[in-house]
Design a protein around this ligand. Structure first.
Ligand code: PMP
Length: 437
């Protein structure tokens, strides 16, 4: 048996694993806005873990709900049997979702929510006798998790190359980031709504009668906080509706208050047919995801041919009682503390603090919405990602946790962050950037 210090665990993305093993960084505790490191330091969480701990860490209400549920009903089969907690959570989610969302399909992660939504889209058309509609459309630089459907519709080209062949019949819209025109725009950029018109081109190429769904993140998070140009999402909605194609918003990051509204669908006033969620649903504490659907999508299955129900899919842990209890306590925490409203109120302060980094060396763009933000750095020629990664390491030494993707620094603090902590986060980042080569 090897000692734990041999670091033989292999759960991280491969590249992250390589970097980590050279320079391991361990968290051993967390409370509210801070992590405690294995060497006893406090680190301000500028990323809500991985965009998930929206109410901060180790919140007693959530911890207690988990403990209580684990002692009362630890598990109930997800098929044929039910338990009231899963239904209660579904109602709590729908209470804060756009009115058109009428049903909840449980999963255990963002990736599973994406697979589920893609399958629901294809099944929806088939249940209505429209079985030729199987094509899927994603977007370049979209991120939809790590499973085959998600990487197929996803816009990370290296993933598509490394793990192909993938799900057939997929096209990608162009990404919405127009660096030159849109740099420094506060909130959503004015330019780029025309990029949605590419959807008409793809539809014309294959015929609408072959296309099941379009999936996009309202704000692409993991690939660098790319905001939707004004009018872009509405255009996608108009075009999909016109052609009978379902629109899926992947709100795994944007859901549960990140943009200053419960869901980005509400923030941008555009209602999709399905919303995929995870992360903030249980405050990142227990793996759980959910796909929200309209009554129309749900009813196609429930009222469709019998065999559709037989073919249906679900997970052993779907809606499991402990995760559901955590979800209820999380949504209650968001409500009781008014955290979505708080995110909206803090957004202008956050925007000013972020944009105070304009002019700092190597900073070439800043983007923000709600309590999400990105600072893009000029890459070092021939060494992409190096500059941002050095900033990440230095920031960690100085007591703040940021996230990097390429040469973009992304931040999405817990919604409980104070103005002083915003100052600390961005002030420290400024210091770091002034020091990084
Ligand atoms: N979709 C989006 C938009 C995401 O940001 C993520 C995770 N960053 C996923 C899906 C995948 O979620 P998970 O890691 O929980 O599988």
């Amino acid at each position: 048996r090897k000692s734990p210090n041999d670091l033989n665990a292999f759960w991280m993305p491969f590249t992250a694993n390589r970097q980590f093993k050279k320079n391991p960084r361990m968290f051993v505790g967390a409370k509210d806005m801070h992590y405690t490191t294995s060497d006893g330091r406090q680190v301000l969480d500028g990323t809500a873990g991985l965009w998930c701990c929206n109410a901060g860490h180790c919140r007693p209400k959530i911890t207690e709900a988990i403990q209580k549920q684990a002692a009362e009903l630890d598990y109930a089969p997800a098929f044929q049997m039910g338990h009231p907690i899963a239904f209660e959570l579904a109602n709590r989610i729908l209470d804060i979702a756009p009115d058109e969302m009428a049903h909840v399909f449980y999963t255990n992660s963002g990736s599973e929510s994406v697979e589920t939504a893609l399958k629901l889209a294809i099944g929806y058309h088939r249940a209505r006798g429209d079985g030729a509609r199987t094509r899927l459309i994603g977007r370049e630089r979209g991120y939809h998790g790590v499973n085959f459907g998600g990487i197929s519709v996803g816009g990370i080209v290296t993933n598509r190359k490394t793990f192909g062949p993938l799900v057939p019949g997929v096209d990608h819209l162009p990404h919405t980031h127009l660096p030159e025109e849109n740099r420094w725009s506060k909130g959503c950029p004015e330019h780029g709504a025309h990029l949605a018109d590419d959807l008409e081109r793809i539809i014309a190429l294959h015929g609408a009668e072959t296309i099941a769904a379009v999936i996009v993140e309202p704000v692409a998070g993991s690939t660098g906080v790319l905001l939707p140009p004004k009018g872009y999402l509405q255009k996608l909605r108009d075009i999909t509706k016109k052609h009978g194609i379902l629109l899926i918003f992947d709100e795994v990051i944007t859901g549960f208050g990140r943009t200053g509204a419960a869901f980005a669908a509400e923030k941008y006033g555009v209602v999709p047919d399905m919303i995929t969620t995870a992360k903030g649903l249980t405050n990142g504490v227990i793996p759980m995801g959910a796909v929200l659907t309209t009554a129309e999508v749900h009813d196609a299955f429930m009222n469709g041919p019998e065999h559709m129900i037989e073919l249906f899919h679900g997970y052993t842990y779907s809606g499991n009682p402990i995760a559901a209890a955590a979800g209820i306590a999380t949504i209650e925490t968001y409500r009781e503390e008014g955290l979505f409203e708080r995110a909206a109120e803090l957004a202008p302060y956050w925007e000013d603090a972020l944009h105070s980094l304009k002019g700092v060396r190597n900073v070439i763009d800043i983007r923000n919405e709600g309590l999400i933000g990105a600072v893009e750095l000029e890459p070092i020629a021939g060494e992409p990602t190096k500059r941002a990664f050095s900033a990440f390491l230095k920031a960690y030494e100085k007591g703040i946790l940021i996230r990097t993707t390429g040469d973009i620094i992304a931040m999405s603090p817990p919604l409980i962050i104070s103005k002083e902590q915003i100052d600390q986060l961005l002030g420290t980042l400024k210091e770091v950037l002034e020091e990084v080569e």
